[in-house]
Design a protein around this ligand. Structure first.
Ligand SMILES: Nc1nc2c(ncn2[C@@H]2O[C@H](COP(=O)(O)OP(=O)(O)OP(=O)(O)O)[C@@H](O)[C@H]2O)c(=O)[nH]1
Ligand SMILES: [Mg+2]
Length: 530
């Protein structure tokens, strides 16, 4: 294979990868075209590179069979007066071989042409086709099949029908960018004066240029008189000798369809601010997830726990009478199987869920708006499917978050020990005072009572213990409030991270994946277009 051939092979591969990336996401007809082009390119590359297949196409009666006969210098096909005459493609083959190509082209009739006749170029295969605009559907199909696969195309037109819309719109325009492999022959110029022939040829050239084929060869000829046939034969002989037409044809096919894909993919430069969009998305999800409820439960629970650990021992049990909000939400213990876990958070309101869906849709929309329409629709569908059960997914994320609520700060134990020590002192003082009371009641001899600043020590012990215990409890309350706030802030961060993971999994990554696929499709198509 020539270096150009290797290049073409990688372009075909790039086209296939663009099609794979765009499956279901770009116009189906365009993708079907692209698949067909890639398949044809591979098939043609695997067949004889020694032969150049020239299809002679045109409307009925334009003189295709007559031109083929004139080029071959022998009667390959019988031209007729009853239209349409040619019903099956017929091949005139210079030299040997080429059967694999003819089989692929579904051409059964083969005439071997001696090298002494007409164009003396071995490897040239001239195909006389049925009329492309035939009233017989089968003729049209056979002609179109060959036109799609031939290496070089000769369009034979006559002075009456050279400006037919169907020829230009349906056949020549789709061959735009195929200038190198298209020859348009204005046949039957013997019916015109020399000046008219020139004028018609010029007009035809103008139309062909307008069709998108400015460099295509346009020749005036007459199969009857032989005018222009030598020029045509030289053009074809040259192509057959250089053996480039086959590659040029498939390369042009690949380029055209790849450029259509690039156009469909749109402008890649319009990136967007994903960080801000992600924040907005997570904000929207947080409300529906009930993060606020959990955070305030953590705060209340932390204060409740602190109070139970550091409050004044005689009254701490009162705090336990209040329900633990974290336990009520089912978030108290660490979980063995976070994937199975569910919280008992109250069901999010319809409006909150709707708002979360809106945040998701808004995120998907801003990405989809920068994509081709069908691609954007596919993206939205995918995100919609992923977020079908959004409240459940969010609840699972909250339940699966390790909340770090069991930790007991060291100062709780210190204060707790102090509270009990103070209580013991108070109790001793109390008993002491009680003992003194009993002694006094029974008028027993007075016991000596130590004093401090004239106040009896047991009294100081009892009252001091109550005052210190209550003071300690009060100070602990302040400290606990601070700690609870910090813990709540930490939990909020943990929950936000979990919600972020849900947002990533259900929304952001699928969106990024679609964007990456689109970019891959576009890049591959750009490579394929060469
Ligand atoms: N005057 C003149 N008549 C021509 C010329 N070429 C072909 N004809 C005549 O035009 C008629 C049609 O020619 P064909 O070669 O059968 O045309 P075709 O395009 O093969 O027609 P189909 O096979 O039906 O599609 C015949 O009567 C030819 O003799 C030409 O250059 N000049
Ligand atoms: Mg014919």
């Amino acid at each position: 294979m020539t270096p150009r051939g290797i290049d073409l092979e990688s372009r075909v591969r790039a086209l296939e990868s663009a099609v794979a990336a765009a499956d279901g996401r770009l116009d189906g007809l365009l993708l079907a075209d692209a698949r067909e082009v890639a398949e044809r390119a591979r098939e043609r590359s695997s067949l004889s590179g020694e032969h150049t297949v020239v299809a002679v196409a045109g409307s009925t009666g334009s003189g295709k069979s007559s031109v083929v006969n004139a080029l071959a210098g022998t009667e390959v096909a019988v031209p007729g007066t009853r239209r349409p005459t040619t019903s099956h493609p017929r091949a005139a083959v210079w030299g040997t071989g080429g059967d694999d190509l003819l089989r692929w082209l579904e051409v059964r009739d083969r005439v071997d042409v001696g090298s002494e006749s007409g164009v003396a170029t071995p490897g040239l295969i001239l195909l006389d086709l049925p009329d492309h605009d035939s009233v017989v559907r089968e003729h049209r199909r056979r002609a179109e099949r060959v036109v799609a696969r031939a290496d070089l195309l000769v369009w034979v037109v006559d002075p009456q029908k050279y400006a037919d819309a169907s020829l230009h719109d349906d056949y020549l325009r789709p061959l735009a960018d195929h200038d190198d492999v298209v020859v348009v022959v204005l046949n039957q110029v013997d019916r015109l004066t020399a000046a008219d022939a020139r004028a018609v040829r010029d007009d035809l050239e103008r139309l062909v240029t307008a069709d998108g084929l400015p460099r295509a060869t346009v020749l005036a000829a007459s199969a009857r008189t032989g005018v222009g046939i030598v020029d045509l034969s030289e053009r074809l002989g040259d192509a057959a000798r250089r053996r480039e037409a086959a590659l040029a044809r498939v390369a042009a096919d690949v380029r055209v369809v790849a450029e259509r894909i690039v156009d469909e993919c749109g402008d890649p430069s319009r990136a967007r601010d994903t960080k801000a969009a992600r924040q907005r998305l997570i904000d929207g999800l947080e409300a529906a997830a009930g993060v606020e409820t959990v955070v305030s439960a953590v705060r209340v629970s932390a204060r409740r726990d602190a109070q139970a650990a550091t409050g004044w021992p005689p009254t701490r049990w009162l705090g336990r009478l209040r329900a633990d909000p974290l336990r009520r939400l089912g978030l108290r213990r660490g979980r063995e199987r976070p994937d199975l876990a569910r919280t008992s958070l109250p069901v999010a309101s319809v409006t909150t869920v709707a708002e979360a869906h809106m945040a998701v849709r808004e995120y998907a929309r801003s990405a989809a708006d920068l994509m081709p329409e069908r691609w954007g629709d596919a993206l939205r569908d995918r995100v919609d499917r992923n977020t079908d059960d959004l409240p459940n997914s969010l609840d699972g994320a909250i339940a699966g978050t390790r909340l770090d609520v069991a930790r007991r700060p060291a100062w709780w134990s210190v204060v707790n020990a102090l509270q009990w020590a103070v209580l013991v002192v108070g109790v001793i003082g109390g008993f002491w005072l009680a003992a003194l009371g009993v002694v006094d009641y029974f008028r027993l001899p007075e016991l000596p009572v130590p004093t401090w600043n004239d106040v009896p020590v047991p009294t100081i012990m009892l009252l001091g213990a109550v005052v210190v215990g209550l003071l300690l409890a009060l100070l602990s309350r302040f400290a606990a409030a601070l700690g609870a706030r910090r813990r709540a802030a930490r939990v909020r961060k943990q929950l936000r991270r979990s919600i972020g993971e849900v947002a990533d999994e259900l929304v952001r990554l699928p969106v990024a994946e679609e964007q990456a696929e689109l970019a891959r499709c576009r890049t591959s198509a750009v490579i394929a277009a060469g």
